[in-house]
Design a protein around this ligand. Sequence first.
Ligand SMILES: [Fe+2]
Ligand SMILES: [Fe+2]
Length: 275
Amino acid sequence: MSGNLEGNVIRVLFIGDVVGRPGRVAVREMLDPLIDRDRIDLVAANAENAAGGFGVTPDSAQELFDAGVHVLTTGNHVWDKKEALELLDEDERIIRPANYPPGAPGGGVVTVRTPAGSPVTIVNLSGRVFMDSVDCPFRKADEILRGLGTEHGCVIVDFHAEATSEKRALGLYLDGRVGALVGTHTHIQTADERILPGGTAYITDIGMTGNEEGSVIGIDMKAAGRRFLSQMPVRFNLAKGVPDLNGVLLELDTESGKAVSIQRVSRSLDRSVSP
Ligand SMILES: [Fe+2]
Ligand SMILES: [Fe+2]
């Protein structure tokens, strides 16, 4: 979709679940050229798998911030590494699903500014279908949006969820009230990106950033296959190979808070990376 090049449009790159070292290397090596080419104002990435495929640590988060990411979202794997408990309380740029019950460390909403000064608010929510039984994401979204004013700028929701139906439903429920709702968690990019009737950019899943080829959503097929064939607990290893960077490029109108365009991003690194 074509871009509106007027001054009130901001361009945000949202990167899908960064899986382990291959995902981090992909971001480190591919982000700068993308920022230059697409004149990107702000970068967000889902980091729930950034540390060895399971969870996020201070080092893995710092590597992504150093690569040019401004905000990290997460999901059901956020607590896999114990360091995350402190990290989320200390660094407000890393958020977790806002609909975890009260008492969970960290927050689920963050407002940041583009270099030109436009505020952008990122909200992280988790689905409940085939997921942990967190609080209602629909009612939590209502509650969050009631508390936001114009000073919070365009709103982007990362809806970390398994079921397409739940993602579509929340997209349509929030249509016209947020700039974009992007799905994460399934690690497979869907081809249904669109602007919904009320002006919200929507995609069911932006895909993952990690080794795709020969892997089962980032995990080596040998281990994943053994798990499916034996139904026994199996230690998962990350797949070796050429990492992809998957995500979406969003253009949002800072006056209306609505979307101008949504475009899928899917690129491969020029070399193989071991986990
Ligand atoms: Fe993930
Ligand atoms: Fe997930």
